[in-house]
Design a protein around this ligand. Structure first.
Ligand code: AMP
Length: 228
């Protein structure tokens, strides 16, 4: 078993789930006038939902709860709120996944307090039913077991922070590329490396550019070490 169970989500799944979610909302008989994306995870699904439901107005609230991949902060907080007059409007607050439920709930409260909406409902593509304390009004997929779902819009970011986390916690000073790959599979499973292989090299380059990693010479081989 990997240390952090990861499932890769593909673009066609995102489109299929967004369509299914739109169908569920339509079948309820309720129609939103405005969609509010919970940034940043909710952006892409919210835009797709607008398309499938024919909604013109898309706004956003930014909530921070998982500052890096698979690492939760104690408390979710609102980084950017909203200032808009939504009186008389039916509002749908939309995120990619509901894990603890804190982000979507907080965003819902923000909209209720800021903008005088007629009503606010919540939606997500996925809900982890075993961890959440809040189930949104609409969702496409219910999952039982916890995984870090690696969405297409966080590939580089997730892989970069996964590499750093692994290197920090392993406490090994020098890493060959082979060693990084071997440990990465041990930590996060095979699928992530296979499906997002091109991102892996790019993540290493980005970490080097940011000074998080340094490339050094190990007897003629390229090695990496944490820098700074
Ligand atoms: P939460 O406040 O715990 O419901 O977390 C919601 C936000 O954190 C979502 O918008 C996601 O972007 C991110 N997130 C939380 N848990 C996961 C997970 N298991 N897989 C992928 N993203 C997650």
């Amino acid at each position: 078993m990997p240390r952090v169970p990861v499932k890769v989500v593909k673009w066609d799944e995102i489109v299929a789930w967004s369509r299914k979610l739109a169908d569920n909302i339509r079948a309820s008989g309720w129609t939103p006038d405005v969609v509010v994306a919970v940034a940043r995870g909710g952006y892409v699904p919210a835009r797709l939902l607008c398309d499938f439901l024919g909604v013109q107005d898309l706004l956003s609230v930014q909530v921070v709860h998982w500052p890096s991949a698979a690492q939760v902060a104690e408390k979710a907080y609102v980084k950017y709120g909203l200032s808009a007059d939504l009186s008389g409007k039916e509002v749908l607050v939309m995120d990619d996944i509901v894990d603890t439920g804190d982000s979507v709930l907080l965003a819902k409260e923000v909209v209720e307090r800021c903008c005088k909406p007629k009503s606010v409902r919540t939606a997500a593509l996925q809900v982890i039913i075993s961890t959440t304390k809040y189930v949104p009004d609409f969702y496409a997929v219910e999952v039982k077991d916890w995984y870090w779902y690696q969405y297409p819009w966080t590939a580089l970011e997730d892989i970069s922070s996964f590499i750093v986390r692994m290197m920090r916690e392993e406490r090994q000073e020098l890493w060959t590329l082979d060693k990084i790959v071997e440990k990465f599979v041990e930590w996060y499973g095979n699928e992530l490396l296979e499906e997002r292989f091109l991102y892996f090299r790019e993540a290493l380059e980005r970490l080097k550019k940011e000074g998080v990693l340094r490339q050094v010479n190990c007897d003629g081989y390229a090695c990496y070490q944490l820098g700074g």
